[in-house]
Design a protein around this ligand. Structure first.
Ligand SMILES: [Zn+2]
Length: 302
């Protein structure tokens, strides 16, 4: 094992000054009551508890994927009907799939793990909320003794390419990436449209060296997370072949073993009985109309 060289006196001095830094404040805070980061919690709670009508419902079998659409103002509920199971979720604007969920910006705007009243934002050049979380039965989980939190935005989907690399050349076709690839074909999309996910019901964190770690899913039968669609959306979900992540690993033996902890997920889409409640802020793309300095002589070049 290579070891790091001992720290020089100069390094130690720099380390000392680093330790004296005051705790930073979060980089992205709401700038006022009308900030798009400030959710009208009263309104969203009212929407969440209002009478609703079921429009779509399906159960996603283990190790599979499915895509569906939901109109603006719909409530999408994803639940664990048989107990713990991780689900990898992708989201697009229904009418323009170039606009899709941007996991890293969402992480900056909210947190490494999402819960009630956090929003799922779209990529550039759009930059608007696609969904807002309106309920989360695991919101109590907080930070566990390993620093783990639930509904992960730190990581991404499992895929056959990294599995092939790490398992010494084995192939497996039912990773979340592949499940999502198969799911989106029905809507005319393809592999390149599959993007970084939110790992629903998944507990992750960073260890003391900053390395990504996963812990078993804490969901029980009937746990759920609910989203309000801020615009017309296309969504796709994979039931992760890692199941509840209590037996995860790489390679064919692991895939067989992990099947013991795989369970289905349920998806329901509702509309509100009283559509009048939906006079909410809505979702509009960001108003930047510049052209990135193209087509005009910049001050530096003049
Ligand atoms: Zn997966």
């Amino acid at each position: 094992m290579p070891t790091n060289p001992p720290l020089s006196e100069a390094d130690l001095a720099r380390l000392g000054s680093r330790r004296q830094r005051p705790p930073p404040v979060p980089a992205y805070l709401p700038t006022g009551p009308n900030s798009p980061l400030t959710v009208n919690k009263g309104l969203y709670s009212k929407i969440q508890s209002a009478p609703r009508v079921l429009e779509q419902s399906f159960t996603l079998p283990i190790r599979s994927g499915k895509a569906w659409t939901a109109a603006a103002g719909s409530i999408i509920r994803i639940s664990t009907p048989k107990g713990p199971q991780v689900g990898d979720l992708n989201i697009w604007s229904q009418h323009n799939p170039s606009e899709r969920f941007w996991a890293s910006r969402t992480r900056q705007l909210h947190s490494t793990h999402l819960s009630t009243h956090d929003r799922l934002w779209s990529c550039l050049p759009y930059m608007r909320p696609l969904l807002t979380i309106i309920s989360d039965s695991l919101s109590w989980y907080g930070s566990d003794s390993n620093g783990g939190r639930v509904h992960d935005l730190l990581g991404t989907r499992c895929d056959p390419y990294i599995n092939h690399l790490l398992s010494g050349g084995q192939s497996y076709d039912y990773h979340c990436h592949s499940n999502l690839v198969r799911a989106v074909r029905e809507f005319g999309l393809e592999e390149r449209d599959v993007h970084d996910v939110i790992n629903l019901f998944q507990v992750t964190g960073l260890d003391e060296k900053g390395k990504y770690c996963m812990s078993p899913c804490p969901a029980k039968e009937g746990d759920s997370i609910e989203f309000l669609a801020e615009t017309d959306v296309l969504m796709a979900l994979s039931t992760c072949p890692g199941g509840d992540l209590s037996l995860w690993g790489f390679g064919a033996d692991s895939e067989k073993e992990m099947e013991k902890c795989c369970r289905p997920l349920k998806v329901e889409v509702f509309r509100l009985e009283d559509g009048g409640l939906l006079e909410w802020e809505g979702s509009e793309v960001a108003g930047y109309k510049g052209n990135h300095g193209l087509g005009a002589v910049s001050k530096n070049e003049a």
